[in-house]
Each structure stands twice: as structure tokens, then as C-alpha cells.
Design a protein around this ligand. Structure first.
Ligand code: GRF
Length: 211
């Protein structure tokens, strides 16, 4: 089976990108990361890509005229790649709906909570974990989902929970959840590339046993 072409969108340190790179290099993900696109010029994730010889570029959020032009820039960057899968790995910009439509069913996102809790507008990065601590919930976790035209509302692929303890802070909770993000984003990419994900309306069916 030919390797699928993967594009990864990033905004920050790129630890999720690194987990994907390591899993591709280990042959776990039967795909090839063809391009990394950041919306922030100072994202360390760009350096991680360059260290691996992966083409990396920035479409600076600050230099963006409007959503439409952002979408057109993204489309033109991907025109030569024609990715089979786009992975939002700690990516903080909202994708224009026309772009999402074009790649419907081929974009997955990692979110550091158990969707539908603590997600949507304003819930990203540490704000997610602050909301969890302030609310007083007893479990949180991470979710990988398909991206649809809204924020964090697409069909859920994988989730894993962690216990929120009384002494947890947003920082300690973020540290607990980050390794789970890495595990889930790799597993979801592996399943996608192995064509084991079947979208049935809002439901995502996984063929075979998940090891
Ligand atoms: C992760 O918690 C991710 O969910 C959030 O930013 C954190 C760092 O992601 N958006 P990464 O190290 O840039 O992958």
C-alpha cells in the first residue's frame, strides 16, 4: 500500500509533531510527512521539521489580511503536496470553512480535554486546563477528532481520560495530559493511514482491534 501524504499544522513547541515524526520513522505510521505549516514564525516546531529535512513554512497569523486570504494561502501551499491527511498538532488558528470543506474527512485535530467538555471558542492550551481546575471536575484527558466547520465539534476518533487530583494545577494537569495527546495523535494517524477509520455520520468506527 503506498504511503499516504501527510501535512502537519503547528503553532508551538511541536511535541505532538515530534511524536508523529518518531512514529513515521519507526514505521508505525504508514505515511510520509510532506510539509509542516506554522501560523507563528517563532514556533519551535518549525525547527523540529527542519532537523528532519521536512519542508517547513510559516503563514504568519499576524500578517494575515483576512480569513479568506489565509485559506487561499493554505490551499496554495498544499497544491503541490495534495495531502491525504492533514493533522492539526497544537495548531491554534481556526481554519476557514472553505478550506475545511475542501479537505472534509481528511483533517484531524488533537484537543487537550474530553470533548465536548472544555472545548470550543477560547478553550486552547492552558486555558483548557484552567477551566478544568476551576470547575472542579474529577477527570479530564485528550481527544482526537475529525475537523468540521465548527471548533472542536467534529466526530471523535479516540479519547483517553486522566484523574484530576486535588493538588493539580493547570500546569501539572497539562503535563499529565501531553503524553496522552502524543499517544492518541500517533494512534489516530496510524489508524487513518491503515484505512481503519470509518466515518458513519457523527460516529467513527474503528476496524479491527486497537492494540
Ligand atoms: C498541547 O497541549 C496542545 O494540545 C496545545 O499546545 C500544547 C503543546 O503542543 N495546543 P505542541 O507541543 O506544540 O505539540
Amino acid at each position: 500500500m503506498p504511503k499516504l501524504k501527510i501535512a502537519v499544522f503547528v503553532s508551538g513547541s511541536g511535541s505532538n509533531l515530534q511524536a508523529l515524526i518518531d512514529a513515521v520513522n519507526a514505521g508505525i505510521i504508514k505515511g510520509q510527512i510532506e510539509i509542516v505549516i506554522s501560523d507563528r514564525p517563532d514556533a519551535y516546531a518549525l525547527q523540529r521539521a527542519e532537523e528532519q529535512g521536512i519542508p517547513a513554512l510559516c503563514i504568519d497569523k499576524k500578517a494575515r489580511r483576512d480569513e479568506a486570504s489565509f485559506g487561499l494561502q493554505l490551499m496554495s501551499c498544499l497544491a503541490s503536496v495534495k495531502p491525504d491527511l492533514i493533522i492539526l498538532a497544537g495548531f491554534l488558528s481556526i481554519l476557514p470553512s472553505k478550506f475545511v470543506e475542501e479537505y472534509q474527512g481528511k483533517i484531524i485535530n488533537i484537543h487537550p480535554s474530553l470533548i465536548p467538555a472544555f472545548c470550543g471558542k477560547g478553550y486552547y492550551g492552558e486555558k483548557v486546563h484552567r477551566g478544568v481546575i476551576e470547575y472542579g471536575v474529577k477527570i479530564s484527558g485528550a481527544t482526537v477528532h475529525f475537523v468540521d466547520e465548527n471548533t472542536d465539534t467534529g466526530p471523535i476518533i479516540l479519547q483517553q481520560a486522566v484523574e484530576v487530583t486535588a493538588d493539580d494545577t493547570p500546569e501539572t494537569l497539562a503535563k499529565k495530559i501531553l503524553p496522552i495527546e502524543h499517544k492518541l495523535i500517533v494512534k489516530a494517524a496510524e489508524l487513518f493511514c491503515d484505512k481503519r477509520l470509518q466515518l458513519d455520520g457523527r460516529k467513527v468506527k474503528i476496524r479491527g482491534v486497537i492494540k
